[in-house]
Ligand binder design. Structure first.
Ligand code: PEP
Ligand code: MG
Length: 840
């Protein structure tokens, strides 16, 4: 391999690569190749900068020789990825007393003083490392200020300000190279994903002053709006100014285009203005990216100093990528690769419907947009338990700390009494895409008694339902009507391209018609998991459910369940109708029955009244049914085997709904799933009964139908014995929540208490309930897949635990050969994009 020169004049043909000179140098070369008016530039390679940091200087004379003798120079950082940052640029290198005098003749004394002053100031702070406060008062000075600052420099350093351009340049290069090696710079860029050995290049460029006679100044311009991504000429221009910093907010910039309200660049320098617009458009096409142009006008002539990728919101990122593809500048698959799947979810906000009645009980800072409804919880642990029960919750804290993050993951929204836009809750809430309100100071937060008190004195307790409108910063009582997220054309186009590239199917976990509708809106390919137990917590059904639990005999239970049958049939019918023939996988009843019994004395008394039995009977039954370890107790298929009437009723409801839905719509082939299986015999027993119900329904109605029976692999034993189980099933769906719990022997409800400690100490790299443990749980998944397919090659394989919505875990699922993943409805677009990116 040929040696990379330490410093290279950037020309159309010079060997410049981002991997060894940095992105800025590479971009400048592209601009030179496009024949844009770029000032002369020399690029220093990563190796050169490393040597400089180690105390060895490149040939300064050789660098200077590339420029005219009276040129002023600037040095700017050029890291491989612009996002990784770098030291501040230093402008006007070469200014000294003599240049000051000669430039005073050409540009005027004020302009010359301003150039010199600026250089001394940044040299003092960044190179000589003097306290910036010393130079605070000399911001906009002329010759007097210049004198003052030179004296201040001398007083602080006991040296006169260096006059030799070579010495100045050497010191600037050394200080910038060393700044890159500093601990804070290192940590900052590593946090942005830079590798430990990330290199820094530097570019030395001839300065175009931006000050002097004729129209002079500097500006930035881009062709799109950074928030919306829509075409819109945006930027700033300031006459008689130098560099980006001069353009900071608050400066009196001119309009770019003609404007009745004041002077514009278009009027002052029409030719240069027309050229920037044309050059920006050319850059977009040839650099295949929406670019911001940094430019200087010198006596009416345009110079382009740099082009940087336009900063963009998530929404704009989608629009820009899609527009580039629609204009034929990049292929659609590249647009798919350019959008970060994680940020896509920011675009998917549900809102309180504008027409809904709003019962506002408090207000604060709208810290993270979107709206969500849930029951109040006051601790992170409660939030996690609530989520594990499948009950959406709003986490209420006075303020949050890192210990609350897991609780925030589990909550649908966050509300705090303290904090501002950058408080922990706000930052994390936005990161998670959780509707969040912080600093709701007109409410009283009583976490000890788990109460929230509104401004008007209304008291809300844990479990009460509230809605957080994070877009408006308002807390609402109850559950107002919601409007689903609007997906714009660009979003749709991007996901349509993603779907073309994707090679794994994506379904949604949906328990309610609203979930199913969201799943359809996001183009899920079916429902991968409908947790039916959620349908029984409705107050009207709860009492019937309890009555069933109290029934002494099988026929008594069946009689009570017959009352639930029409309700369940209606549930399923609605899901089938919404899904219009797409697969719907219904999981039979899973939780322990005692979860449906009241634990409080009052609740037990109420139940005794409702069922007309003595309280002592209720209490005895509750005690009898209590389990030491309910998650490992009488639940899932174990109920199906020992209390089969529940599954009989559910199977009947599914099949009757199937026939009804198929009558007036697309034919439905329901999928019936048995949870928590650990032995083949369990499947045989349940299958026999379900087949019998199917046969009975078909005979009663005089119509046949198909259905698919499947097994949830949630216990390690089911994964290990998948070869025995698979011949009895059409599909195996891996429930990675329980499988993680049982593989680790780690309670999904209680692990939150010590999980952050464990992650902090590096015991687990991540919370395994959030990111799939590829090494352990993944090993079981692979065994299950392999063994299941070995005896039933046709078996459909999927995962439906929370991990299905995690882009990192999808890579594993694809490689392991799963047919589909099922995730919560709002994750569907994120997963569609992430899966496509893996396939491209
Ligand atoms: C699972 O265990 O992964 C699963 C999907 O079921 P649940 O979360 O309802 O236990
Ligand atoms: Mg489970």
């Amino acid at each position: 391999m040929s040696e990379i020169p330490l410093s290279t004049l950037i020309t159309a043909t010079a060997p410049i690569e981002a991997a060894n000179h940095g992105g800025r140098a590479k971009c400048l070369q592209r601009l030179v190749r496009l024949d844009l008016p770029v000032p002369r530039t020399v690029a220093l390679s990563f190796a050169a900068v490393q040597q400089v940091a180690a105390g060895e200087l490149p040939d300064i004379r050789a660098i200077l020789a590339e420029f005219s003798e009276d040129a002023l120079l600037c040095v700017r950082p050029s890291s491989e990825v612009p996002d990784w940052g770098g030291p501040s640029a230093i402008l006007n290198i070469g200014m000294n007393d003599a240049r000051y005098l000669s430039l005073s003749e050409v540009l005027g004394q004020a302009a010359a003083a301003s150039l010199y002053l600026r250089f001394v100031q940044s040299y003092a702070v960044h190179v000589a490392r003097l306290d910036p406060d010393v130079f605070d008062d000399v911001e906009d000075g002329g010759p007097d200020a210049l004198r003052e600052i030179l004296q201040a420099y001398e007083a602080e350093t006991d040296e006169v300000f260096p006059q030799d351009p070579g010495e100045q340049l050497a010191a600037v290069l050394r200080s910038m190279a060393r700044a890159w090696e500093g601990t804070s710079a290192r940590l900052l860029r590593q946090a942005k994903g830079a590798p430990a050995d990330a290199g820094l290049g530097l570019v030395v460029q001839e300065m175009i002053p931006g000050l002097g006679q004729g129209e002079c100044g500097s500006g930035v311009l881009q062709l799109v709006d950074s928030d919306s991504g829509l075409p819109q000429l945006t930027g700033r221009y300031l006459s008689q100014s130098q560099g980006r910093e001069a353009l900071g907010a608050g400066t009196e910039a001119l309009f770019l285009e003609k404007d009745a309200r004041g002077p514009s660049l278009e009027e002052l320098a029409p030719e240069a203005f027309a050229r920037i617009k044309a050059d920006a458009a050319l850059m977009r096409v040839r650099l295949r990216e929406e670019m911001q142009v940094e430019f200087v006008i010198q006596n009416g002539a345009l110079h382009i100093l740099d082009g940087v990728r336009v900063l963009r919101s998530s929404r704009a990122a989608v629009r820009i990528a899609v527009a580039l593809a629609q204009d034929g500048i990049i292929p659609p698959h590249e647009a798919v690769m350019r959008v970060d799947a994680h940020v896509l979810s920011e675009l998917l906000h549900r809102q309180v419907a504008p027409s809904a009645a709003r019962d506002v009980i408090g207000a604060g800072i709208a810290a993270s947009p979107g709206a969500a409804t849930g029951q109040l919880v006051f601790t992170a642990a409660d939030a996690q338990s609530s989520a594990a029960r499948g009950e959406p919750c709003v986490l209420v804290r006075r303020e949050t700390s890192p210990d609350d993050v897991r609780g925030m993951h589990a909550a649908v929204a966050v509300l705090t009494g303290r904090g501002g836009m950058t408080s922990h809750a706000a930052v994390i809430g936005r990161g998670l895409g959780l509707p969040s309100i912080v600093g709701a100071s007109n409410m009283t937060f009583d976490s000890r008694k788990k109460r929230l008190i509104s401004a008007s004195g209304q008291v809300f307790h844990a479990g009460d339902i509230v809605t957080i409108d994070g877009s408006r910063g308002e807390v609402l009582a109850g559950e107002p009507e919601m409007l689903e997220a609007a997906e714009d054309d660009a979003f749709q186009a991007l996901l349509a391209w993603a779907d073309e590239a994707r090679d794994i199917d994506i379904r949604a976990n949906a328990d309610t018609p609203a979930d199913a509708q969201t799943a359809r809106n996001f183009n899920a390919q079916g429902i991968g998991l409908c947790r039916t137990e959620h349908m029984f917590f409705d107050p009207g059904r709860l009492t019937v459910m309890r009555e069933m639990i109290f029934a002494e005999t099988s026929s008594g239970r069946a009689a009570v369940l017959a009352r639930l049958l029409p309700m369940q049939r209606e549930d399923f019918l609605e899901l089938f109708r919404i899904m219009e023939g797409l697969p719907v996988c219904i999981r039979l009843f899973d939780p322990p029955l005692h979860e449906f019994l009241p634990t409080s004395k009052t609740g037990q008394r109420e139940l005794s009244e409702a069922l007309d039995i003595p309280v002592s009977d209720v209490t005895r039954r509750v005690e009898e049914m209590a389990e030491y370890n309910p998650m490992l107790g009488l639940r899932g298929v174990r109920l199906g085997v020992t209390v089969p009437e529940i599954y009989d009723m559910q199977a009947r409801a599914i099949f009757e709904a199937t026939l009804l839905a198929s009558k007036d719509g697309a034919p439905v082939v329901p999928e019936v799933m048995i949870p928590l299986v650990s032995a083949k015999r369990e499947v045989e027993l349940v299958k026999a009964r379900i087949d019998a119900v199917a046969a009975a329904v078909a005979a009663e109605q005089g119509e046949s139908f198909d259905y698919r029976l499947g097994v949830m692999v949630e216990t390690p034993r089911a994964a290990l014995r998948a070869d025995e189980i698979a011949p009895h099933t059409s599909f195996l769906s891996f429930g990675t929540n329980d499988l993680t719990q049982m593989t680790y022997g780690l309670s999904r409800d209680d692990a939150g208490r010590f999980m952050s400690n464990y992650v902090q100490q590096g015991v687990f790299p991540e919370d395994p309930f959030h990111v799939l443990d590829v090494d352990g749980v993944g090993e079981l998944l692979k065994l299950g897949v392999q063994r299941g397919r070995s005896t039933n090659p046709e078996v459909t394989l999927s995962i439906c635990g929370e991990h299905g919505g995690n882009p990192e875990s999808i890579a594993f699922c694809r490689e392991a050969g799963f047919d589909y993943v099922s995730c919560s409805p709002f994750r569907v677009p994120v997963v569609r994009l992430a899966a496509a990116q893996l396939a491209i």
